[in-house]
Ligand binder design. Sequence first.
Ligand SMILES: Cc1cc2nc3c(=O)[nH]c(=O)nc-3n(C[C@H](O)[C@H](O)[C@H](O)COP(=O)(O)OP(=O)(O)OC[C@H]3O[C@@H](n4cnc5c(N)ncnc54)[C@H](O)[C@@H]3O)c2cc1C
Length: 600
Amino acid sequence: MSSDLESSEMTFAAEWMKEFAAAMTAGDARAAVAVMEVDSHWRDLLAFTWHLYTVSGREKIERAWERTLPDLQPRDFQISAVNPPRRVVRAGLDIIEVDFAFETEVGECSGVARIREDASGAMRAWTLMTNLEEIRGHEEHVGARRPRGEEYSRSFGGPNWLDRREAAVRYADHEPEVLVIGGGQCGLAVAARLGQIDVDTLIIERNERIGDNWRNRYHSLTLHNQTWVNHLPYLPFPETFPVYIPKDKLANWFELYAEAMELNVWTGTEFLGGSFDEDAGRWNVTVRTEDVVRTLHPAHIVMAAGVSGRATQPDMPGLNEFEGSVTHAANFTSGAAYQGRNVVVFGTGNSGHDLAQELHASGANVTMVQRGSITVSNVEPSQVIYSIYGEGLSTAIADRLVLASPYDAIVLGFQELTRWLQEPNQELIDGLNQIGMLTDDGHDQTGFQMKYMRRGGGYYLNVGCSELLINGDVELIHRGDIERIASQGIQMHDGTVVDADDLMFAIGYENQSEMVRGLFGDAVADRVGKIWGWDEGGEVANMWKRTSQPNLYFHAGSLAQGRILSKHIALLIKARQLGMIEAGVPERPDVAERALTAAD
Ligand SMILES: Cc1cc2nc3c(=O)[nH]c(=O)nc-3n(C[C@H](O)[C@H](O)[C@H](O)COP(=O)(O)OP(=O)(O)OC[C@H]3O[C@@H](n4cnc5c(N)ncnc54)[C@H](O)[C@@H]3O)c2cc1C
């Protein structure tokens, strides 16, 4: 890029920032929105609203700022010197991206504006994101603020570091402030974040070892996205790690992470349920380790028990009469025992395909059953979705740029990605369609990633099973052509029978709200409502923010989501602990009048 171009970007960005910063600092909402496009979007992550909100349209943004600027007094706006304004293409649009920092009465914040020339020739923001980074006086103990360790290194004869760690994790004489249910990547990440801001946190995990949730997955599994996208907070994967991390290596890293980050973990411990004592502002919960049931009284609970709830149970005519084995994908660990057997796999999402491939590699004769159409992409080109992480930026900056996309920009971005993927995937899709596999580009051409966000499945990132199907090494039949399950196979409408010794069901999981109902009862489940999928404000429903149930939070998702959004839950809990905010969902500064589609 020429220095002329660079300097013009800097000039545009500096002028935009000068106007925006002056208006914000003066508390003048009317003047501040003058730098926003009429149809712009403002996404706030705790900086102004203590919530995850997206407000669309200049007038609504102005109303929201009128209500929030007086208390927060934003000031000291500085364009990032490390990541200076750049001309980039986001969601197919040519824009200048302005990464900046500012302060409020609460603490240090960051922001990203995506500005472009509007119809009148003025530079205005199409999207703006504001994000709380730290609460003043309660910053993370990292870098120059790392602990000095004097409490255990200078008192000879007193408890040393190990004594203190053992007492901390026993909870014999104190209660955890936060109980995290689940020691997967999200539980580990949020506990690490909370530890850095001095919030006493206990993770309980029903598996025997941290990492078992990955160890117990099928034999051949490696991560589907690249190592540099997947770091946990504070402790990135070593540069020697492979691009796609194998599941057992990841599992062992999780165990090491829990130890290195000094997380308090009870493994082999199941969360049985709990109720919230409104007067005490604490939960009464029961947990079981082996045969010992213990009661705990944490102030906050973070459910990090997985994106999905219980495995969906198969319900097909004749299933009771089947004489072979019936297994849910959640319980499948290896194909080794299936050599030479006829196995029918129901479900054509990622799990169904990976299972079929593993079974085939183990010498089984595999038939897959498709019910509805799926989105398919070869795994390598699909990685372009994480291209921000390949732009040479630090993980922290890349994370901020990812957060900078509100719902409408995400939709446009995924549509652009879907168009881009057409060419590298065309041959694959043609081959699949020729053998009768039903494929699609997602509800509104938003492709696989939006299917993940909306329903947690319905797509396959091809690592070789598509070729097995196209070559006829794995057979494909359709659910609609099946009459019933017979004692030794699948009875088709046309009278033929597909032989089966074993049935595998990779048909997904129930929504988390059913798990909440089971653990906390109907009142809490009904109060919280839908979990995951999009809410009416264009944010993921009830994830990473205050819910209608006081002191109950939900964290789940990919490794990247685990890393990025754990910070927001930790900050919210700290702010509650400090008495800075109330329980429950804050009143929206704007009621979004957006028309989300049925698929949302
Ligand atoms: C085949 C496959 C491949 C995937 N590939 C990728 C990938 O490449 N990249 C990526 O980012 N994501 C990938 N994912 C998706 C995602 O990362 C995982 O689903 C991930 O495990 C979610 O992490 P989590 O911490 O939200 O939940 P989980 O990993 O499901 O962890 C939840 C934990 O909670 C525990 N738990 C649940 N209930 C209780 C209870 N009552 N008491 C105590 N403990 C409890 C469970 O034992 C479990 O250990 C993949 C998923 C699958 C299935």
